[in-house]
Every structure is written in structure tokens, then in C-alpha cells.
Ligand binder design. Sequence first.
Ligand code: SAH
Length: 345
Amino acid sequence: MSKTDIRSLTYEELSEKLSELNLPKFRTAQVYSWLYEKGVTSFDEMTNLSKDLRAVLSDNFEIKNCRIDLKQVSKIDGTVKYLYELDEGEFVECVVMNYKYGYSVCISTQLGCKMGCKFCASAIGGFKRHLTPSEMLSEIYTAQKDLNIKISHIVLMGTGEPLDNFDNVLRFLELVTAEKGLNISIRHISLSTCGIVPKIYELADRQLGLTLSVSLHAPNNELRSNTMPVNDKWSIEELLKACRYYTEKTSRRISFEYAMIKGVNDSESCAKELAKRLKGMLCHINLIPVNNVRENAYLKSDNKSMKAFIDILEKNGLTVTVRRTLGSDIDASCGQLRAKKIKTD
Ligand code: SAH
């Protein structure tokens, strides 16, 4: 019989499972606190439970953990990048950034990615499987413990497409925001999608209060389809319609991500086209100087093009920020470390 993945259970589900094992109700609170508040990695650490009880638990349940395979600390800004090993031979990345407002963690949601964006290192090696809610949680617990810190903000912007792993991601959100768990405010969580349109509608209807980031990266279908295959499934028009629905339903501003790639999508005419598309929308544009990924030939836009691009957007009443590049000395962008591992092994 396969063991139940205990850290993917909600409080109520855990309570039900424990009562099936004839354990009294108060045990749920104890076990839940060890798992979700203290983030233990084994049943043996649950020291207020008897040895027999710990044996019953480990016969029936498993705790999914990450093992730190590699840790890199940026000399420039202290950003920490981890490569974790999950099960044998499976690797995920996770990055911890130190901001004025606290520690933010960028987690992966899948092993690999199906989406195939041409500029992104996560596409290298293809898709292997979805991560479970417990594995996403474990990314956070492992970093917290290693650095002896408390994470206050989460971005779902690591490897994988969160809306392609919808049910597990929603459960992760429920668990990570639970009062008796890490109790991270949903307002401190951002989810980034390449644009899985039906799931944007579904997310909007749930009215969760998280920040939605949308990877736009181009002002028209022709350019977007060149780098993002997902655009062949749902066009920019369909994507922006879903985004408008999201803002109307949730009253939350959408953050559009736009990786500035030299000579590809950074011209003044691209800026004008983008401004026209987004004018009047409850949104914000986050320009990201594209990170060079060894496996592709894309280059960062130069400062002059960036400035001209920003001017045009601002003149059209749009709010624009340029993403601060953290951890540029440690391969901290999406999938870079994992791709390196896959190649060298
Ligand atoms: N699948 C999700 C989340 C993961 S990627 C998504 O597509 O949004 C997180 C962000 O990093 C996305 O905006 C993605 O397009 C961007 N990104 C990926 N590779 C990049 C690179 N080489 N340079 C700059 N941004 C990149």
C-alpha cells in the first residue's frame, strides 16, 4: 500500500485520516503543528508523540522533503539559489531574495515545463511531472531552515507553469496561507502565468486576492507566437480579454511581464502597439532585461532602447517598472541551474 503524502492534506483531511487510525482528535493539532508550523522533515522530530505513535504515522504516511544538492549565494546582493533534489535524480530550483520588506521566495511548480518559451531555460529538457502541494511547501521550509529566516512573500515564478498544475497550486495556496501553518498572507503571493486562458477565468472566479502576473513579452500575435508557443492556442486578444475579466472580478491590478530582447520586441513601434493594447487597463508593466541563457541567442536590450520604450508607455498613462536583477552572478533566472545540472549529469 502506498503511503499518504501527509503534508498535502488540509487540517480536516488530516483529522479524518487520523480518526480512521483510531487516534484521538487532539492529535491532529499536534501533528499539524509539527508539519505546517515547524516544518519537520521526519516523524521522529515530533517529540511530544510516543515512539509507538510515531511508528504508526510513519507506517501510514510519508513526509515529502527536499534535499539541498547545491546552494549558491550571490556576492552582489545576497540572493540565494538552491537546487534541491526531490526523489532520486529529480531536481528543482528555488531562489530566496532579501528585500526591504522581508524575505521573498521564488518557487518551482513543476519538474520542467511544457510551455516551450524560446527564451526560457525551463523549457530545456521538457516536462517531467507536476509538483505536489507538499513539495512546493517543502521548497519553502527547506530554505527557511537552512537560512534560519521567516519567509514573508512568495512568487510562483520558478520552473513550471502554475496554471498547468492548477489543483495542486490551489491546494498549496490554501495550505501556505492557513492560520495554523506558515500563515503567509495571500496578498503577499504572486502567481505568474504564460497565459492559460481558461484557468485565468477560473482563478478570477475564486477571488483569492493574490497578484496575477502575466508573461506577455510581445505586443502582437506574430511576435508573441515566435517566442511563446502558448500564443498559438490562445491569442493576445483572448488573453487580454481574460485579463480584463480578472481585473473586473477581483479589482486587482495585473502585472504584465515583458522581457526586453534586443532587436526582437524592444522597438518604439512595439512600445506604441503595447501601449494601445493596454491603455485604460488596471495594470502595471514590469520590464525585464532578458537574461542571457547559454542555450539561446537572445540578448538584453540596451539602455537607450529601454528608456525610449518606457517613455512611450508612460506617455500613454501606463505604470512601468524595470525589474531589479538579483543574483545575476549565480544563474538565478528560471531554470538556469536545473538546465546546467541536466546537461552535466
Ligand atoms: N510559467 C510561468 C512562470 C515561470 S517563468 C510564466 O511563464 O509566467 C517566470 C517569468 O520569467 C516569466 O515571465 C518568464 O517569461 C520569465 N523568463 C523566463 N526566462 C527568462 C529570461 N531568460 N529572461 C527574462 N525573463 C525570463
